[in-house]
Ligand binder design. Structure first.
Ligand SMILES: Cc1cc2nc3c(=O)[nH]c(=O)nc-3n(C[C@H](O)[C@H](O)[C@H](O)COP(=O)(O)OP(=O)(O)OC[C@H]3O[C@@H](n4cnc5c(N)ncnc54)[C@H](O)[C@@H]3O)c2cc1C
Length: 407
């Protein structure tokens, strides 16, 4: 199999990680990315140790440390009074318990690090301006049709082409999203534009009835990533680049604490995203074609595991090929069987977490105290996240497809 070619559609976080993990094991990979040039896109991403251990295994720790700061823990704050509760320590504790750090990253930084590593390690394994518009397969090969008219043939195709995956649409399943009832405001804020009290290294979750906000320092502590999720019937597109205005964002957080308004006022041009719900797929593999990352298991972000899952996928996919690469169709079945239970639980758990962040009991301070004591007490939160953070993609047993079906 090592002399055969694995095509990957999409050079996002998942596609690049998969390519690097496969190249590390000696496979021939070609990544096709639709974007004509590399641009800084996106705001913040959080990666817990289940994902950072994969990046460490790719030799990227030193570069990642240069663009992150040691996280100062996670706290929650109440929407109107600003009352604060400590949630858990993200810094030393993550290293002690899991051996790998929790990282708060600016997506363009992570993307650039992965991209640089790929270009250094396999300069011919990557093409920009290669938008895949159709995909197909025979018993012996896969083929993709690019928008520029070119046809590329390989032995396997991995659709890492994100939430609107063409690969999924053509060969696996039609997309049937429904509006979740929430929209997300996103942006990155220069940290020096905020009051000194808001320049600390902690990740902060503001919780309130019908909305919540997550912000944390990224880009070596120079920027603060802001995501504000609000229940809304106003329809916007599911797009990473749709723009809104500061006035609209302020309106959505009317009555919230002055610190929240201080953040929003510095957002520049905030981006907004309609959050869509999708039932987890029960199958994402067809012959020599499979999916990875958001293409396979798009999720709401309420467990902060979207990028982490894509990274885990890349590692497990490469291990399946290392073990069963002589029979690529079987290797893809092993990959899916090894991943589907966990990713399904994360997608379902993320949707369920919406209520936890937006609960109506948070409306007044007395209700909020009782609610936080019940739902967000430190040991309760730790238990809730343990199964996510303790997963080891490089060590989990690979599942045989038949066993997974029987389970
Ligand atoms: C522009 C952008 C900004 C984002 N910003 C944030 C953010 O601020 N916060 C956050 O939590 N998450 C963000 N995400 C999503 C986050 O990166 C993913 O949820 C997660 O990392 C899973 O990664 P993925 O590789 O599966 O998908 P993605 O990271 O979405 O990558 C998919 C890649 O496939 C490419 N692609 C799509 N269709 C085709 C095609 N037909 N042919 C070839 N290439 C194709 C896309 O251009 C993209 O590079 C963003 C994603 C994108 C694309």
């Amino acid at each position: 199999m090592k002399n055969k070619r694995i095509l990957i559609s999409g050079a996002g976080i998942g596609g690049l990680t998969a390519a690097l993990c496969l190249i590390q094991r000696g496979f021939d990979v070609l990544v096709l990315e639709q974007a004509p040039e590399l641009k800084s896109l996106g705001a913040g991403l959080q990666l817990s140790p289940n994902a950072t251990r994969v990046l460490a295994g790719l030799g990227l720790s030193a570069e990642l440390e240069r663009v992150t700061i040691k996280p100062g823990g996670k706290c929650i704050r109440l929407w109107n009074t600003g009352q604060e509760w400590k949630l858990f320590d993200l810094g030393a504790e993550s290293l002690d318990r899991y051996g790998y750090p929790y990282m708060m990253l600016y997506r363009p930084d992570l993307h650039a690090i992965l991209m640089r590593a790929l270009i250094e390690r396999a300069p011919h394994a990557f093409r920009l301006g290669a938008k895949v518009i159709d995909v197909g397969q025979t018993d012996d090969e896969v083929h993709v049709q690019l928008q520029n008219g070119e046809r590329i043939v390989g032995d396997v195709l991995i659709g890492a082409d994100g939430v609107h995956s063409v690969t999924r649409e053509r060969l696996i399943a039609q997309d049937h999203p429904s509006f979740s009832g929430c929209i997300a405001w996103r942006g990155a804020i220069p940290i020096e534009s905020l009051p000194a009290s808001m320049q600390g290294p902690a990740g902060v979750n503001w919780i309130g009835p019908g909305a919540h906000i997550v912000h944390y320092p990224v880009h070596g502590g120079k920027l603060v990533s802001f995501t504000g999720i609000v229940e809304s019937s106003a329809w916007v597109r599911e797009s990473w680049t749709e723009q809104g205005s500061i006035e609209e964002c302020l309106q959505d957080f009317n009555g919230w604490h002055p610190d929240v308004h201080a953040l929003i006022r510095q957002l520049g041009t905030p981006l907004r995203w309609a959050m869509m719900l999708r039932h987890p797929l029960t199958n994402w593999t067809n012959g020599r074609v499979s999916l990875l990352g958001d293409a396979a298991h798009p999720t709401l972000p309420f467990l902060a595991q979207g990028a982490g899952m894509a990274i885990e996928d890349g590692c497990v996919l490469a291990r399946a090929f290392q073990e069963y690469g002589d029979t690529p169709e079987y290797a893809l079945q092993v990959y899916q069987a090894s991943r589907i239970e966990r990713t399904t639980q994360i997608v379902i758990g993320s949707a369920a977490n919406t209520k936890r962040f937006h609960n109506r009991e948070l409306a007044d301070a007395a209700g909020a105290n009782a609610y936080v004591a019940r739902e967000w007490e430190e040991s309760t939160v730790r238990a809730r996240y343990e199964w996510l953070f303790s997963y080891e993609p490089e060590n989990v047993p690979l599942q045989q497809p038949d066993k997974a079906r029987a389970a």
